[in-house]
Ligand binder design. Structure first.
Ligand code: HEC
Length: 399
């Protein structure tokens, strides 16, 4: 059925000449690029407005000959692009700054640098969409999908080996004989009248808007929507396709019907402590308030190995592999101090534990990344490092 309609439309559109509709334009063909530029200059000089030049390839100097102003399409792109940038900025600001605040590594909720790729993408996307659509709707005048020039000898020639110019009949200065005379005096090899195709009574001028065609398009849309809906919303949730969907677990951001607030992510019940977790009682307190407790781990080779491993992973990036404060970060970051100072050597283990757990000024807390036991193991290892640099004389005495 679709094919039949298209064929009929084709027949109507391509009704071959001679056409009987009203005069659309007078067209002339020229053989050489110089001739057409000269013709364009003369036509502009005579004050014609509704005319156009068609050539098989772009000609240098044609814009000047036709006195064309620079295209406005750049402004369309600019305005669309700026709207895209603004839209993306507002979207990111609202989503991450207001609607759904999530902490990422202690950074501000809304932050410009990570929003830039999205702003860039939307700039390009919106300007591309607006440009293509304004091209189709404004410049190409959709839904008008035909032009009286189509299927004329004139258009066949100018898309292959001749240079053409036509003046439309709706030009205020238009007069058939004058225009024909002008083209002939300019040396045109062929001057022709182009008529509009005649439409039968009741026929839409735009075949795209004809009821049958619109009906087919609308029908196709409805069928596509219904089939996609059925497949994606119904079929996929029927056994056996649903087997992978239904899992007895809740994702952190998922919905739970068990709790009244529907959140599956829960805070610990007030006043309770999670299994295997002992809260640090001096959290947030100044160093002087820490009541020293001894290191609960024995000094064994195994503990020291764990301590070295954790120290190398978590502490060495700043304090250096030997705790001398000589890592690559020295000079860039507020330089991390040496752990061999008299202050730290004289500190109780509990004071170092406090710094690791609590953080100190610019040094962040490592409470969430290093387990309690590993923290104490690191301290044993720091003691080993300290003793290697500041061994007392007694260490050298034979026992
Ligand atoms: C991101 C870099 C960084 C990392 C990683 C880091 N520190 Fe620090 N640390 C610092 C800075 C900077 C200071 C100085 C803080 C200040 O100004 O009080 C410091 C201070 C300290 C102090 C106190 C020193 C003093 O003289 O007050 C100790 C002890 C310490 N760190 C131990 C550790 C241990 C143990 C680790 C590994 C678990 C570690 N640090 C990981 C940067 C770091």
């Amino acid at each position: 059925m679709f094919g039949k309609i298209l064929k009929k439309l084709d027949e109507k559109l391509l009704k071959s000449e001679p056409r009987t509709g009203k005069l659309f334009a007078v067209a002339a063909l020229f053989d050489k690029p110089d001739d057409i530029i000269h013709a364009a200059e003369k036509v502009t000089e005579r004050g014609y407005k509704n005319y156009d030049v068609l050539t098989p390839y772009p000609l240098h100097g044609m814009d000047g000959a036709m006195k064309l102003k620079p295209s406005k399409i750049g402004w369309v792109a600019f305005i669309a692009g700026i709207s895209g940038t603004t839209l993306a900025f507002l979207m990111m600001w609202w989503m991450s700054g207001i609607d759904y605040k999530i902490i990422f590594g202690g950074k501000p909720y809304f932050n410009l640098p990570p929003s830039i790729p999205i702003m860039f993408e939307l700039t390009v996307l919106i300007s591309a969409i607006v440009l293509v659509n304004s091209l189709i709707l404004i410049y190409m005048k959709l839904p008008a999908n035909a032009n009286p020039l189509m299927d004329t000898e004139f258009i066949k020639r100018v898309t292959s080996d001749k240079f053409g110019i036509y003046i439309q009949a709706d030009d205020p200065k238009f007069n058939v004989d004058e225009v024909r005379g002008l083209f002939q005096s300019l040396g045109s090899s062929s001057v022709s009248n182009i008529n509009e195709a005649e439409y039968e009574k009741g026929d839409s001028k735009n075949p795209l808007l004809s009821l049958k065609f619109m009906g087919v398009v609308a029908g196709t849309c409805v069928v596509t929507v219904l089939v996609s809906y059925f497949v994606l919303q119904v079929l996929l949730f029927m056994p056996p396709f649903s087997w992978m969907h239904e899992q007895p677990k809740l994702l952190p951001q998922g919905k739970s019907n068990f709790f009244k607030d529907n959140w599956s992510m829960r805070r610990p019940v007030e006043g309770t402590v999670a299994r295997g977790f002992i809260p640090y009682e001096f959290k947030g307190m100044p160093d002087s308030m820490v009541v020293p407790t001894p290191n609960p781990l024995p000094v064994t080779k195994k503990v020291l190995e764990v301590g070295k491993k954790r120290f190398d992973t978590y502490c060495s990036p700043c304090h250096g592999y030997f705790g001398k404060g000589d890592s690559r970060l020295r000079g860039q970051f507020p330089a991390p101090p040496s752990l061999h100072t008299e202050k730290v050597r004289n500190w109780k283990d509990a004071n170092i534990y406090h710094v690791i757990t609590n953080g100190q000024n610019v040094m962040p807390s490592y409470e969430s990344s290093i387990s309690r036991d590993d923290r104490w193991a690191i301290i044993h290892y720091i003691r080993v490092l300290q003793r290697s640099q500041n061994a007392p004389d007694s260490d050298l005495e034979s026992k």
